[in-house]
Ligand binder design. Structure first.
Ligand code: G3P
Length: 221
């Protein structure tokens, strides 16, 4: 399973890259706004900075909702760097844009996916990645993770090669559940990855090993 970080914060991306386990980055207009990045030129310059930090896939989202606008944006975004993947929303025009990108050899990430039916459309249109939003389904009181297993089952039965990118992942337990459910990729904030490090028995065990080592040294000297 691949690990993507879901942020436009350069410091967090650098930190995740330094762990040696980062496979890519996802962003969206809200995450760019959180970093106070606005205007086409600034947004593109920021994507370039992200692509300079990581060789992994970097999802850059279109703002247009009409086909011609999405095509124009996709063509401009892929010029930024070879590792740009164009993120396109799951709307009618978006499906057309996904198919156009497929025909142009442009890699895509179909975002805002909330049902297995939408995931089928994305795969049929040749999306490289499909992004089901797990946390947002949990937010409305449904079980988000069943969507990952449903899509994994459909894709396996049908032989679709679109990768399942579990998005809106907000905790370490979400990451583990997505891995078990068949996600090819998880994307989440740095804090969710960091929560995977933590276990009290690791800390207690290390403290004991180091104390015993020190004790043994003092006996020898
Ligand atoms: O990649 C999509 C993700 O950014 C959405 O996460 O936590 O805003 O639902 P969240």
């Amino acid at each position: 399973m691949k690990f993507f970080i879901d942020t436009a914060n350069l410091k967090d991306i650098q930190e995740a890259e330094s762990l040696g386990i980062l496979d890519g980055v996802t962003t969206n207009p809200s995450l760019m706004a959180k970093e106070s990045i606005s205007g086409d030129d600034n947004v593109r310059a920021h994507y370039k900075k992200i692509c300079d930090i990581t060789p992994g896939d970097v999802s850059a989202e279109v703002i247009s909702t009409d086909l011609e606008g999405m095509k124009r944006e996709a063509a401009a975004l892929v010029k930024i760097a070879d590792n740009i993947v164009v993120k396109i929303p799951m709307i009618r025009e978006g499906v057309k844009a996904l198919a156009w990108c497929r025909d142009q050899g442009i890699r895509t990430n179909c975002t805002l996916v909330f049902s297995a039916g939408q995931a089928i459309l994305a795969a049929k249109a040749g999306a490289t990645y499909v992004s089901p939003f797990i946390g947002r389904i949990d937010d409305i009181g449904w079980e988000g993770m069943t969507l990952i297993s449903d899509i994994a089952e459909v894709y396996a039965v049908q032989g679709f090669d679109t990768e399942i990118l579990a998005a809106s992942i907000r905790s370490g337990s979400h990451i583990v559940a997505a891995a078990k459910a068949g996600a090819d990729v998880v994307t989440c904030p740095l804090s969710s990855f960091e929560s995977l490090f933590k276990h009290p028995l690791t800390d207690i065990g290390l403290e004991k090993f180091l104390a015993d080592h020190k004790k043994a040294l003092s006996v020898v000297s």
